[in-house]
Design a protein. Structure first.
Length: 96
């Protein structure tokens, strides 16, 4: 699949990359030897504009997992407060 393609790091544009395992979805993961960024070909990373507050304790929630359909947040007071929040990925919440 990646044979014959010039794979470059999306951060520093370096060609010094090597295969670094696979994602949970089975896609090939790469690691840049120059800047150390892990990336996957064909997946665009979305940046979160704002973080919600935990409905139980009121603290900020941190990004826990992201996918094409949704973004999951976890309370910053984890493991004391084990609250998760799933938000659909919409243009108002993500940029990029």
């Amino acid at each position: 699949m990646t044979e014959g393609l010039e794979i470059k790091c999306p951060t520093c544009n370096s060609e010094a990359v090597y295969k670094y395992g696979k994602t949970w979805a089975g896609k090939q993961r790469f690691l840049c030897l120059i800047c150390g960024r892990q990336f996957t070909i064909g997946i665009k990373r979305t940046e979160v504009k704002g973080k919600p507050l935990c409905p139980r304790c009121g603290r900020l929630m941190h990004l826990y997992m992201r996918s094409e359909e949704a973004i999951r947040f976890r309370c910053s007071y984890y493991p004391i407060c084990k609250t998760y929040k799933k938000v659909k990925a919409c243009p108002e919440l993500v940029s990029g």
